[in-house]
Design a protein around this ligand. Structure first.
Ligand code: NAP
Length: 493
């Protein structure tokens, strides 16, 4: 082993060793009541990184007890103080970005540069909501009759349950924790069991930043449904914010109905990427690389279906193939790697299955399409042309580095195809014609449109979907509203 390789291996061990591996309940890091743990794996090697506490339903309930107990004092804490805790945590995340990136790459697989980009994005939610904490306002109105007054106030909704996925282990957490802290809510957070370490590290940082005991409680578990179910149906939880698959989101909405729980649902996507005849093709390819390859294609915002005008389809395809085929696959922690492994074997196999299905139905592989040999759950950047509309990947979220290309001749045809899905998170549109840009943006059924750009994520903008992509918005001016309840006082004046 070279000196450099030994230094990297030592650093990997150190960042893993430094993460608390226990549940965080009422400010105390502790083992699960029954002492159980589960393993966390490095998807680039299949090796075990460490074990973390595996919460039981009793542990989950203890976390809720702690959140409920801390709620009144936290709601009464000065907004400035809440904001400053977030601001300090923002600074600390930024200072520790290199180590957090290493940790995230080890448990999730994405290249270090991408982990760092996620950390910048994730930290930004804390900076944004540190500023929002002191801007929670109300309303004062004179009744239309002239007598009587209306006072509208916005108050913390109460203890929240936050459930996050593995694909953006930090940002999906800060996007919920940031507004909850700013609004004065306490919480129980359950990170994905594939990637619990980044949230455990974040909880440690928030503690050091001065977050009082019991405001944030972390429950890691493999018995997810059994531990979460009783919390969702316990009347003390007043808000459920979930990011994950539509399938699980639907189950949680059903469970939430029991307590008429307010929910935010950031669910699956099936983003179309439309390239019009008048588009700047080089810019479209650049945007396509971002929309497709960010996070190895494991993003709810990932472009899933490319609709390219016939006049520019071959040029776009050739240029995309050129870029995709020259990407370097490898362990995300290694220098120069652009494509890490997918998060687990099942995920990789699902991607391969969708590609095989498309090929069997007539699609042509222009690059990629074969699982490489060796350890880790790698899948190569893949471009498919001549994809028939009967291919499963037209309807199903791919969640991997696969770009299927379809062609169209009329704008209306592209919009019809783009909207022909039960999802509606984001759509991408490339055109140089302003009128066409506005007309088509209005017609795309999506919560967000990337107009001549391949990324929409932005802490200062309302992120979220329509149709089965979800309910509610995270970030932007409205992000904090998800954690506030409106109350009005009718006054006889
Ligand atoms: P997932 O399987 O739905 O899991 C998401 C989270 O839900 C995990 O923490 C998971 O825990 C938990 N969970 C699973 N079953 C549950 C149950 N019965 N009760 C309570 N919690 C449960 O999704 P994923 O595979 O992690 O994430 C990928 C999906 O997330 C994709 O569909 C992607 O599009 C979507 N996503 C959406 C957004 C957005 O903003 N719209 C952002 C990122 C990702 P375990 O890990 O323990 O199973």
């Amino acid at each position: 082993m070279s000196t450099d390789a030994r230094a990297t291996a030592d650093r990997e061990r150190r960042v893993i060793a430094e993460v608390p591996k226990k549940l965080l309940i009422g400010g105390r890091a502790r083992d699960a009541f029954d002492g159980k743990t589960f393993e966390v794996e490095d998807p680039s090697t299949g090796e075990i990184l460490c074990e973390v506490a595996d919460a039981s339903p009793d542990d989950g309930m203890a976390a809720l007890d702690a959140a409920a107990k801390a709620q009144p004092d936290w709601a009464a804490t000065a907004p400035r103080e809440r904001g400053e805790i977030l601001r300090r945590a923002f600074e600390m995340i930024t200072e520790q970005a290199d180590d957090i990136a290493m940790l995230m790459t080890l448990e999730m697989g994405k290249p270090l540069a991408e982990s760092k980009a996620e950390i910048t994005y994730a930290a930004e939610f804390f900076r944004w909501f540190s500023e929002e904490a002191v801007r929670i306002s109300g309303e004062w109105k004179v009744n239309a009759t002239g007598s009587g007054r209306v006072l509208v106030m916005r108050q913390p909704i109460g203890p929240c349950l936050l459930i996050t996925p593995w694909n953006f282990p930090l940002a999906m957490g800060t996007r919920k924790i940031g507004p909850a802290i700013a609004a004065g809510c306490t919480m129980v957070i359950k990170p994905a069991s594939l990637t619990p370490l980044t949230i455990l590290k974040l909880a440690d940082i928030l503690g050091e930043a001065g977050l009082p005991e019991g405001v944030l409680n972390v429950v890691t578990t493999k018995s997810t449904g059994k531990v979460m179910g009783p919390l969702i149906t316990d009347g003390r939880i007043r808000k459920l914010s979930f990011t994950g698959s539509t399938e699980v989101g639907q189950k949680l909405i059903e469970q939430s109905a029991q307590q008429v729980l307010k929910t935010s649902m950031e669910l699956g996507g099936n983003a179309p990427f439309v390239v019009c005849a008048d588009a700047d093709v080089d810019a479209a390819v650049e945007g396509a690389m971002l929309a497709k390859m960010r996070n190895i294609g494991e993003a709810c915002t990932a472009a899933n279906r490319f609709y390219v005008h016939v006049d520019v389809a071959e040029e776009f395809t050739e240029k995309l193939v050129d870029r995709m085929s020259s990407m370097t696959l490898g362990r995300g922690v290694d220098e120069g790697v652009e494509v890490g492994p997918l998060v687990e074997a099942d995920q990789r196999d699902k991607v391969a299955e969708l590609v095989d299905d498309a090929v069997q139905k007539g699609a042509k592989i222009r690059t990629g399409g074969e699982i490489p040999s060796g350890a880790g759950y790698f899948y190569p950047p893949t471009v498919l042309a001549d994809v028939p509309t009967s291919a499963r990947l037209v309807k199903e979220e791919i969640f991997g580095p696969v770009a299927p290309i379809f062609t169209f001749t009329e704008d209306e045809e592209a919009i019809r195809a783009a909207n022909d899905t039960e999802f509606g998170l984001v759509s991408y549109l490339y055109t140089r014609d302003l009128q066409r840009a506005i007309r088509l943006s209005e017609k795309l059924e999506a919560g967000m449109v990337g107009l001549n750009q391949g990324m929409v994520s932005n802490a200062g903008a309302p992120f979220g979907g329509v149709k089965q992509s979800g309910l509610g918005r995270e970030g932007g001016d409205v992000g904090i509203d998800e954690y506030l309840e409106v109350k009005y006082v009718a006054m006889n004046v």
